[in-house]
Design a protein around this ligand. Structure first.
Ligand code: NDP
Ligand code: NDP
Length: 317
């Protein structure tokens, strides 16, 4: 037991990141059933879709699960009402000011966690009264901080700045990553990309297969002028680069991005025109697996590492 497992009432300090188009009820309930914390990514769901996912998740697991709520979402009030009405126990907020919703959610007994990419925002989240913080480094997939602070650097700095429980994210995909994050001062990890390549993820099979094929260097953080995002380098990415090369401005980038690119890529499997958001760990993933197996393998690797370190006698954790 540690501060994260007791805060969420889960077995292992592993949180599955809430990811648009990839993490619906099937993935969230599979991770929760395996002893981690599953999260429904509500940013890509119309209000009635979120309601359906929460209901199905509740039917598929009696374990705690969460909903991720990006504050950029246009119908956020409706999502909040659904979350309260259906008694979702835990909410992860991101991409906005944690002051906005934390008090209301906590008044309804909901545990609130906020996602940040810097020490400044971690402090703001703590002051806003959240129960824990996810600090996400430069390696992470999807939307990301502008400062390019790596997880290795971010976690110790955030640890020194805040007192509440800390979850590390960005670049973590196996037991070695979990061990490293805990060593840096985190109480748990949030893992996204590894779970995209699970059987239960709602991501399109073309996208999952493309991640399996990816090697080191195949992702890039781009579009900082709009919302910084790490994605696979495909034809769409090359078009973005072409706009940069000819000195294009934010308006041109926005026009190129258009609407619904991430749905096209990650949900509909258009590998040419779609936006394929994934982390640097894409290069470490070689197989689509059931989510429960992913959780079990991470914990096995972590436990074996601990034994090796103790046996080696160099230092003990
Ligand atoms: P900006 O960096 O443009 O910030 C806008 C303003 O909103 C900031 O100036 C700040 O107010 C406030 N703010 C934004 N994020 C936070 C936060 N996490 N905690 C506290 N206050 C915040 O905002 P963006 O929306 O472009 O991205 C900001 C953060 O959101 C990044 O850390 C990024 O990783 C994350 N993000 C997450 C997404 C997700 O769905 N997971 C999607 C998009 C972004 P002030 O000036 O008062 O400090
Ligand atoms: P776009 O503006 O390009 O497209 C909006 C997409 O969201 C459409 O595909 C639409 O589905 C779907 N959608 C779901 N609910 C609504 C709604 N109430 N109003 C409008 N559209 C809705 O946005 P993005 O694809 O870049 O991002 C979509 C959302 O996801 C944003 O709200 C953003 O906050 C969030 N987001 C979260 C991230 C995360 O990491 N959690 C990362 C990136 C974005 P349809 O095509 O069926 O109309």
């Amino acid at each position: 037991m540690n501060r994260i497992t007791s805060l969420f009432n889960i077995k292992y300090p592993i949180v599955q990141g809430g990811m648009i188009w990839c993490s619906g009820w099937e993935l969230a309930s599979a991770v929760s059933n395996a002893g981690g914390l599953g999260i429904i990514g509500s940013g890509s769901m119309y209000p009635e879709v979120l309601r359906m996912h929460i209901e199905k998740c509740k039917a598929a697991t009696d374990k705690p699960f969460a909903v991720n709520l990006p504050m950029l979402y246009p119908d956020i009030d409706k999502h909040i009402e659904t979350i309260i009405e259906l008694k979702v126990p835990i909410v992860f907020t991101s991409a906005g000011n944690p002051k906005t919703w934390t008090t209301k959610l906590k008044e309804h007994g909901i545990v609130v966690v906020h996602v940040v990419s810097s020490v400044k925002f971690a402090l703001k989240a703590e002051q806003a009264g959240v129960d824990a913080v996810v600090a996400e480094g430069f390696e992470a997939g999807g939307h990301n901080g502008r400062d390019e602070t790596t997880t290795l650097v971010l976690i110790p700095m955030v640890r020194d700045a805040i007192r509440i429980p800390l979850i590390a994210a960005g670049g973590i995909a196996d037991g070695r990553g979990l061990m490293s994050a805990l060593t840096l001062g985190a109480d748990g990890v949030q893992i996204g990309s590894r779970f995209v390549v699970s059987e239960e993820a709602s991501a399109h099979i073309n996208f999952k297969n493309e991640i399996v094929k990816a090697i080191e260097g195949d992702t890039q953080l781009t579009l900082k002028e709009l919302t910084p995002v790490r994605l696979l380098k495909n034809d769409f990415y090359n078009k973005v680069e072409a706009v940069y090369l000819k000195g294009g401005n934010a308006e041109e980038l926005k026009e190129l991005l258009g609407r619904g690119r991430s749905k096209k890529g990650m949900f509909e499997g258009d590998l040419v025109e779609g936006e394929l958001e994934i982390g640097q760990v894409a290069g470490m993933i070689s197989k689509i697996k059931p989510a429960g197996e992913i959780v079990a393998q991470i914990m096995l690797e972590y436990t074996n590492l601990r034994k090796d370190i103790v046996r080696g006698g160099k230092f003990c954790i």
